[in-house]
Design a protein around this ligand. Structure first.
Ligand SMILES: CCCCC/C=C\CCCC/C=C/C(=O)SCCNC(=O)CCNC(=O)[C@H](O)C(C)(C)COP(=O)(O)OP(=O)(O)OC[C@H]1O[C@@H](n2cnc3c(N)ncnc32)[C@H](O)[C@@H]1OP(=O)(O)O
Length: 570
């Protein structure tokens, strides 16, 4: 490696770290990051959705990479938030000294991070954290959080430090990072005052990436230096997972755990259990601690790299048209787009990303599998499962639905095939539905499986077709043809299969003419009650689902239904 090369790719995994900054809105998270990276302070408050920064260092001949995730204070995106907990190596939790509630949120955040890390069995439980009591420049009369109270609490928690800071006055910002880096055993030179900041233009950065020295010819400079990447883009979920897995391997090696089974043999038994799961999805589940490989041991990761390098799973394909601001999201899990934990997680994240993409105004939900919109929830997720997996699965469904039903975007369902149960829920949760005429069916058929549609499925159907039709539809587990669905208002338009997409595009034109703000306020006010009803009892609902679905009688019904599906086929 050239001693002068500061290349994003040149940092070995052991030298790559992700710092996640969390806290409620308006506590100064972005201001702290901005001080650290650019020594700048902006008095204007602009809410952050999620900002990503990358700083590269060259320290004692080695290249280091620090990624910084500056998160949203209001957290409407639970999947993204959980991912930030899982992928963070070190954390800054920020509260404002004039806001006691923001301090309480910091205490909650710490618990949630530890919970996430503990659920991911390949990671160590307590990552290094520092608590920042920001806005310490505020007059004492406005102070709501006492220094001593926080110091006392922090003294009782592991791998945690505390400082009061002022991003505005640049008070203790350097110390904040220095203390955190020390706690995390990172090179002290990563602190702002201990390296030379290199301001680098795009061209120079490109030169550096090609290995061309950006120092004057012949001049040697071995002092530590740091450069903020001008092109930092948040890595994809897939890259996040690859990196997190690589880290987990390192941690494990460090812990010198003996006799780790090879992943290929360790995970083999699960391939029959989770039909048509890809290796990628199994790995993800293993990473989430939801699948325990044979012998209950943690998997070897060298092999995982090979698996990740295989074609991406891509159960949810997103195609963003930046000219029109319309994204097309296609479910892609042949043969029937059944919704398992993996698909639901991918869907949630895709929706969250579109939600934060300011250029996106509308979304078409469709299928990449001919003849199927979605066969609903993956029955295999509910059959002979464990309570923990059931809860995780249900949470993923809740999140995906909350993101879809609560989306600010214009959402349209292009139903080009069958759409039972969970598939019908997804379609009903959009603003408009176009369905293909012919043999395809749609409806909430849960009772036919011996299960019961949860209250939020019912609520959405009530809002779509009214009380009387819902009552009949749910009790009978009715499946409707496209024409029948049109007659009760379950879909808005029926057209020949090859015209579904073009009809959606035509309909979208009139929706796109409405000013977004007025439309979003209207949509929110219409949907808020239904969304709030689930949001306020997510955990209770997840637990209830797990208890219900694992009942012996329900399992028996599901078993019989699975057999009937297979019999019908043969
Ligand atoms: C008191 C309050 C209670 C609170 C909560 C309690 C309970 C929770 C309720 C949960 C709500 C549930 C929602 C759901 O979504 S349940 C899923 C319901 N879905 C279905 O019933 C669809 C069943 N499938 C079909 O009807 C057909 O497959 C089709 C969608 C019409 C497509 O037909 P076709 O193209 O002929 O395909 P095949 O039938 O041959 O299927 C291909 C293979 O796929 C398997 N399959 C089908 N659907 C599912 C599914 N949903 N999950 C998993 N696997 C599925 C099918 O068995 C075939 O497999 P094989 O090739 O191995 O035989």
């Amino acid at each position: 490696m050239s001693s002068h090369l500061v290349d994003e790719c040149a940092a070995p995994p052991k030298n790559c770290f992700r710092l996640v900054v969390l806290g409620t809105a308006r506590v100064g998270k972005t201001a702290i990051v901005s001080r650290f990276l650019f020594n700048q302070y902006d008095d204007q408050y602009t809410p952050t959705i999620e900002d990503f920064h990358r700083k590269m260092y060259r320290i004692r001949g080695e290249v280091y990479r620090l990624d910084i995730l500056d998160t949203s204070g209001v957290h409407p995106f639970p999947a993204m938030r959980r991912l930030s907990f899982l992928t963070g190596d070190l954390f800054i939790l920020v509260y404002s000294v004039d806001n006691y509630e923001s301090y309480m949120e910091v205490m909650r955040l710490r618990e949630q991070i530890l919970e996430s890390k503990a659920s991911c069995k390949t990671r160590t439980a307590a990552p290094p954290m520092i608590i920042a009591g920001n806005k310490a420049d505020r007059p004492e009369s406005e102070r709501e959080v006492l220094y001593d109270e926080v110091a006392k609490w922090v003294s009782t928690v592991k791998k945690c430090a505390f400082l009061e800071t002022s991003a505005k006055k640049n008070g203790n910002i350097n110390e904040l990072f220095q203390t955190l880096f020390e706690l995390a055993k990172l090179p002290p030179e990563m602190s702002p005052s201990l390296h030379r900041r290199v301001s680098i233009g795009d061209q120079a950065w490109e030169a550096a990436k090609k290995g061309i020295s950006f120092y004057p010819r012949g001049k040697q400079d071995d002092n530590p230096l740091g450069v903020v990447s001008p092109h930092a883009r948040r890595p994809s979920l897939r890259s996040d997972l690859i990196e997190a897995e690589a880290k987990a391997e390192q941690e494990q090696r460090r812990a010198e755990k003996p006799s780790i089974p090879k992943i290929s043999s360790a995970l083999s038994p699960y391939r029959s259990q989770y039909r048509s799961c890809t290796w990628m999805s199994l790995l993800r589940q293993a990473f989430q601690g939801l699948v325990r490989p044979a012998g209950g041991q943690v998997c070897r990761l060298q092999v995982q790299h090979r698996c990740y390098n295989a074609p991406a799973a891509g159960h949810v394909q997103v195609d963003m048209n930046s000219d029109t601001g319309v994204a097309t999201v296609r479910l892609n899990r042949p043969p029937v787009n059944s919704l398992n934990l993996d698909v639901l997680t991918e869907l949630s994240i895709a929706l969250e990303k579109l939600e934060t993409d300011r250029s996106c105004r509308a979304m078409v939900l469709a299928s990449a599998v001919p003849g199927i919109f979605s066969a609903g929830l993956d029955i295999m997720e509910m059959y002979k499962s464990t309570p923990e997996r059931c809860v995780a699965f249900w949470r993923a469904l809740q999140d995906a639905w909350l993101n879809l039903y609560g989306s600010r975007l214009i959402t349209m369902a292009a139903i080009e095939g069958h759409s039972p149960a969970g598939g019908c829920l997804l379609a009903m949760s959009c603003d408009y539905r176009v369905m293909a005429d012919g043999k395809f069916q749609i409806g909430l058929n849960e009772t036919r499986l011996g299960i019961v549609a949860p209250f939020w499925f019912t609520d959405v159907m009530l809002c779509t077709i009214g009380h009387r039709e819902t009552e009949k539809a749910l009790q009978l587990g009715a499946m409707y043809s496209a024409q029948q669905a049109l007659s009760i208002g379950l879909v808005d338009k029926v057209v020949p299969a090859d015209q579904v997409m073009s009809t959606v595009q035509t309909e979208l034109k009139s929706w796109l003419q409405i000013p977004d703000a007025a439309r979003v306020i209207t949509k929110t006010s219409m949907r808020k009650q239904v969304l709030d009803r689930l949001s306020s009892q997510k955990e209770k609902d997840a637990q209830f689902f797990a208890d219900f679905i694992l009942r012996e009688s329900v399992q028996k019904s599901l078993g019989a239904y699975i057999a009937s599906l297979q019999k019908r086929k043969s």
